[in-house]
Unconditional design. Structure first.
Length: 180
């Protein structure tokens, strides 16, 4: 049995909201915190992924560069204009503020005791902060100490980790499923 032919959609056929409509629509209660992300391309990818998954906002911490920057814009493809964001020099202060607002802190990291990504649907809480760390050093230990949950993506190959922006896409999709 052969598959029926299908037509690839053009961009204007995707029926995505315009920038103004997107900014006004209710967001999922997900805040993405970047802990000293070095790569400008990764930062841009976080913006684009945050737009795709309708996150509430990004918080850029530590050495994470901020828009406007040509290299960030190259991968963000305009998402720096649609995704709410702000810079907070101190990761711990940012997490403390969010925790005080009732968010559950979820650090995405490999650690001794973790919750595997496929098991997050039973986590208590409605609003979540997802913390992603530096490409070399990961998330700061102090952030792990503050975490309500440490989330790990199971891996089955020889490498010890995924690219941080790839990791974000996987994790954000799983958390987004809670709200759709």
């Amino acid at each position: 049995m052969s598959a029926k032919p299908t037509k690839k959609l053009k961009l204007w056929e995707l029926e995505r909201p315009d920038e103004q409509t997107y900014k006004a629509q209710p967001k999922f209660p997900l805040v993405v915190v970047l802990d000293s992300i070095r790569s400008l391309s990764n930062i841009g990818a976080f913006f684009r992924t945050a737009d795709a998954f309708n996150v509430e906002r990004l918080v850029l911490c530590g050495i994470t560069a901020q828009p406007p920057h040509r290299e960030i814009h190259k991968t963000a493809l305009g998402a720096t204009q649609t995704v709410e964001w702000h810079y907070e020099p101190s990761l711990l202060e940012a997490l403390e503020q969010l925790k005080n607002k009732g968010y559950k802190i979820c650090v995405v990291e490999q650690a001794v005791q973790t919750t595997l990504l496929q098991d997050i649907h039973g986590l208590a809480g409605n609003g979540f902060v997802l913390v992603f760390g530096n490409e070399v050093d990961g998330v700061a230990q102090e952030a792990l100490d503050m975490a309500d949950y440490i989330i790990e993506i199971p891996q089955f190959g020889t490498k010890h980790s995924l690219n941080v922006s790839v990791c974000a896409g996987i994790v954000l999709w799983e958390f987004t499923k809670r709200y759709i």
